[in-house]
Design a protein around this ligand. Structure first.
Ligand code: HEC
Length: 146
C-alpha cells in the first residue's frame, strides 16, 4: 500500500541534453535521485497511513483468553482471583513499557500473588502455533485497551 504512489515521482528527472551531462552520469544520477525520492515518499506515505494505535482484534483476544481459562481468574470490570482487566489497563496507562511488561507476565510463569496471600506461578498463555507473538501481543493490547 505504501509503495503504490511512489511511481509518480519518476518524472522530474532533468533531460540529459539540456543538462549537458554524459549519459552514464545522468543514468547514475537518475537512479540515485529516484531512489531517494521513492524512499522519502514511501516513508512519508507510510507515516501518514500508519494507524496511531495498535488495532486490536477483540474477538481473537477474547477467544484466546477463553481457551486459556484466563477468565476463570479475571473479568473485564471486576476483580476475581486476578485483577480486573480494566484495572490493569488503568495501572499501565501511558506507560511505554506496558506491552513488554505484560507479555513477560503472561509468558514467563512469574509468581502471582493471590488475594488470600498465597503465591503461585502465573498461567503461561498457550497459542496455536506455540508462542505466537502476534496473538500474544494482540491479547495484551486488548487487555490494555479495556
Ligand atoms: C489461576 C488464576 C489465574 C489465571 C488462570 C490467570 N491469571 Fe492473570 N493473574 C492472576 C493473579 C492472582 C494475578 C495478580 C498477580 C500479582 O499481582 O502478583 C494476575 C495478574 C494478571 C495480570 C496483571 C499483571 C500486572 O503486571 O499487573 C494480567 C495482565 C494477567 N493476569 C493476564 C492473564 C491472562 C492473559 C491469563 C490467561 C492466559 C491469565 N492472566 C490467567 C491469576 C490468574
Amino acid at each position: 500500500m505504501c509503495r503504490g504512489r511512489t511511481s509518480v515521482h519518476y518524472e522530474p528527472i532533468a533531460a540529459p541534453h539540456r543538462a549537458g551531462l554524459n549519459k552514464r552520469k545522468v543514468k547514475h544520477m537518475n537512479k540515485r535521485t529516484t531512489s531517494f525520492i521513492v524512499t522519502a515518499l514511501a516513508a512519508a506515505a507510510c507515516g501518514l497511513l500508519a494507524p496511531a494505535a495498535y488495532a486490536v482484534d477483540a474477538d481473537a483476544a477474547l477467544a484466546l483468553a477463553r481457551q486459556n481459562n484466563c477468565l476463570k481468574c479475571h473479568a473485564i470490570d471486576k476483580d476475581k482471583d486476578g485483577p480486573a482487566y480494566k484495572k490493569v489497563a488503568e495501572k499501565y496507562k501511558g506507560k511505554a513499557t506496558a506491552e513488554a511488561r505484560l507479555i513477560e507476565h503472561i509468558t514467563s510463569g512469574e509468581k502471582a500473588k493471590f488475594p488470600d496471600g498465597h503465591e503461585e506461578e502465573h498461567k503461561i498463555v498457550k497459542t496455536n502455533p506455540p508462542k505466537d507473538e502476534a496473538q500474544i501481543k494482540n491479547l495484551v493490547q486488548w487487555i490494555l485497551s479495556q
